[in-house]
Write a protein that binds this ligand. Structure first.
Ligand code: SF4
Ligand code: SF4
Length: 291
């Protein structure tokens, strides 16, 4: 089984549009995974019909038994995160500030506190409107541990690929370069770096390349909006050649990308044969690189 992860570092490079376009062209061969769990948007293009929904639990939160608590304030004095207070006579744990360290449960002389595992999001198995098996997730508001949820998405997509006998998992990775991105890249056969000829796109592409080198994951570059800045586009191509990065295609800046997203369709569905041909070329190069 091969795992392709589409990443960009900087947001706004067209990562999700690119992933959706590739998914459209390879629909019968892939499992599609959306690992952008903090701000999932692939479902807007893929209109998945969920076949399974599971809660994702991660992290712990202190919970108080108001009947036992005498408001002695010992736990308040010990909490390093100022997560405990007394409001209107009740002991309150602030869910956002509580780091789940458990110290308060140890200092309470009456055992009035205990730790509970918290739901942090939802994990879905689905069928996209393209007929492709799909795994996606949604992190709850203000929940953390998105890296763990990304790992759940990855693990589940492998199980689904086995179940449906698909050899390729195509993953829309999270933006940035932190823990969720590293989680999405773990086990990847190939990364597709979607970049653009802007200073921030150029900068993040180099950071992505450093990360991929450390993780020993091969990568190819897809240059979006190439016509925005011919000079930087040439620099990016040179960087790819100098660093033995594969190069797929360059796409012109085209308002079709934002129009397609706003209409909830992929670029190939928009009917622009020139762009669709470029995506076909990109997929061919990606598959050849995988081999
Ligand atoms: S230490 Fe225990 S009894 Fe004292 S305020 Fe905290 S929860 Fe209540
Ligand atoms: S678990 Fe830790 S952070 Fe949370 S309320 Fe207790 S002492 Fe504070």
């Amino acid at each position: 089984m091969k795992e392709i992860v589409v990443i960009s570092g900087k947001g706004g490079c067209g990562k999700t549009s690119v992933t959706a376009a590739l998914a459209q062209l390879a629909a019968k061969d892939i499992v599609l995974a959306d690992a952008d769990v903090d701000a999932a948007d692939m479902h807007l293009l893929m209109a998945p019909e969920n076949t399974k929904e599971e809660s994702f639990y991660s992290g712990k939160l202190a919970v108080v038994d108001q009947e036992i608590c005498t408001r002695c304030r010992i736990c308040i004095e010990h909490c390093h995160f100022d997560a405990i207070s007394i409001e209107e006579g009740d002991l309150k744990i602030n869910e956002i500030d509580c780091e789940g360290c458990g110290l308060c449960t140890h200092v309470c002389p009456l055992n009035a506190l205990h730790m509970e595992t918290q739901r942090a999001g939802l994990l879905f198995e689905a069928t996209s409107r393209l007929g492709t098996p799909m795994v996606h997730a949604r992190l709850d508001i203000a929940a953390d541990n998105s890296g763990k949820l990304v790992t759940e998405v990855k693990n589940r997509s492998r199980e689904v690929a086995d179940q449906f006998k698909k050899d390729i998992i195509l993953t829309d990775g999270p933006p940035g370069i932190g823990c969720p991105v590293i989680a999405s890249l773990t086990g990847a056969s190939l990364a597709v770096i979607v970049t653009e000829p802007t200073q921030s796109g150029w900068h993040d592409m180099k950071r992505m390349n450093d990360l991929l080198n450390k993780m020993q994951i091969p990568a190819v570059i897809l240059l979006n909006k190439a016509s925005l800045n011919a000079g930087l586009a040439a620099d990016i191509k040179k960087f790819a050649a100098d660093n033995h990065l594969g190069y797929t295609i360059e796409l012109p800046y085209d308002p079709v990308f934002s129009k397609a997203i706003s209409e909830g369709i992929t670029i190939p569905e928009y009917g622009r044969d020139d762009l669709t041909d470029l995506f076909r070329q990109a997929w061919k190069i990606i598959i050849e690189t995988l081999k």
